[in-house]
Design a protein around this ligand. Structure first.
Ligand SMILES: [Fe+2]
Length: 347
């Protein structure tokens, strides 16, 4: 299995996972000739899909949580965010239960390196993003040796971090071009607005609300809303800031295409000690698979390969070469473990 951008769909690709949109199945797993639906999928804001083809046979995703759990949490957070902004009753217990299930999966995860990439439908971005930020934050919290109780607070704050976005006008959130100063000023109100929504509630601990307020603060003081520096930013805020940026960069947005995991990791590494807490970046880098299973890469000899499996070195996974140095398709694919083969590397 591998993911492909819809513009690259060809006639011999079979759908490996059902395509969902707002809780409805648009196309079922096993569906053939999906290339015929390119335009329809684009209309729905579906930019990438999972497919099965010859080169991606038997390759499995190295994800932490299942698609089902991801979708369930997405529906829960959607309900909470929509209800709270309409002053309706909010079922925090349901949300906490979902966070508890994510934590159980994270704590029992046996893969050293995990794929943190999550596929999103453009107009359901905020809910899918919220869940993924919670998963990544909990992974980081585990590396920081948090106990379960603390992980629940962190996870809850992480899944709620962008709740203030719901009061930002849609035309600003969905603007395909860059924002004016005035519009950016409005965007910058979302941490404070979101924080206010949960003020005085007894069903959420004060510390769990902090990521809502602090997730755009940067350790060098260049963030917002308050321009806090270093440890003035709560540790939960410093954790969620990294998770948030990683997930935002690797997602398709109205104004740009999704970045590769490698490109997003490079930026976060570059900003360690500047925008982001250096120690927390180190924890984040300890479990991320820089080249997730199923990704297509080029090797230094000109050949093309697909990532098959992770090894102990995040930069040197096991690959399956399907195009030779001359760019010609190989009849017999060749599998190479890059952690054992020093002459080859991903470029
Ligand atoms: Fe935000």
């Amino acid at each position: 299995m591998r993911k492909v951008r819809i513009e690259k769909l060809t006639k011999n690709m079979v759908l490996a996972k059902p395509i969902m949109h707002k809780g409805q199945v648009l196309l079922r797993e096993g569906c053939q000739r999906i290339d015929k639906y390119k335009e329809r999928l684009e209309e729905y804001g579906i930019m990438q899909v999972y497919i099965e083809d010859e080169i991606s046979k038997d390759i499995e995703e190295n994800k932490v949580i299942s698609e089902e759990l991801q979708n369930k949490c997405k529906e829960d957070i959607k309900e909470v965010i929509e209800n709270i902004t309409q002053d309706k009753v909010v079922d925090m217990a349901k949300l906490k239960a979902g966070i508890g299930s994510i934590i159980d999966r994270v704590l029992t995860n046996n893969n050293a390196l995990v794929n943190l990439f999550s596929l999103k439908v453009v107009d359901e971005y905020i809910f899918q993003h919220s869940v993924n930020v919670a998963v990544i934050s909990i992974m980081i919290g585990k590396e920081l040796n948090y106990k379960k109780k603390r992980l629940i607070k962190l996870g809850l704050g992480a899944i709620l971090h962008d709740v203030g976005k719901l009061v930002i006008p849609e035309e600003i959130l969905k603007k395909p071009s860059s924002l004016t100063d005035e519009e950016y000023k409005i965007i910058k109100t979302h941490p404070g607005e979101g924080y206010k929504q949960f003020e005085g509630r007894f069903d959420i601990s004060p510390v769990a609300r902090i990521p809502i307020l602090h997730h755009h603060e940067k350790v060098d003081g260049s963030g917002y809303p308050e321009g806090l520096k270093g440890k003035e930013i709560h540790e939960f805020g410093r954790v969620v800031a990294i998770a948030e940026v990683f997930d935002a960069l690797t997602s398709d947005r109205y104004y740009r295409k999704a970045w590769s995991v490698k490109k997003a990791v490079d930026l976060i590494k570059e900003e360690a000690g500047k925008e982001f807490d250096e120690k927390i970046v180190e924890k984040f880098l300890s479990f991320i698979s820089v080249y997730p299973n199923g990704e297509i890469v080029k090797l230094n000899d000109g050949s093309q390969a697909i990532i098959v499996e992770q090894t102990k070195d995040a930069y040197r996974p096991k690959v399956r070469i399907f195009k030779g140095e001359d760019g010609k398709e190989l009849n017999n694919f060749k599998e190479v473990d890059l952690s054992l083969e020093n002459s080859l590397e991903i470029v």
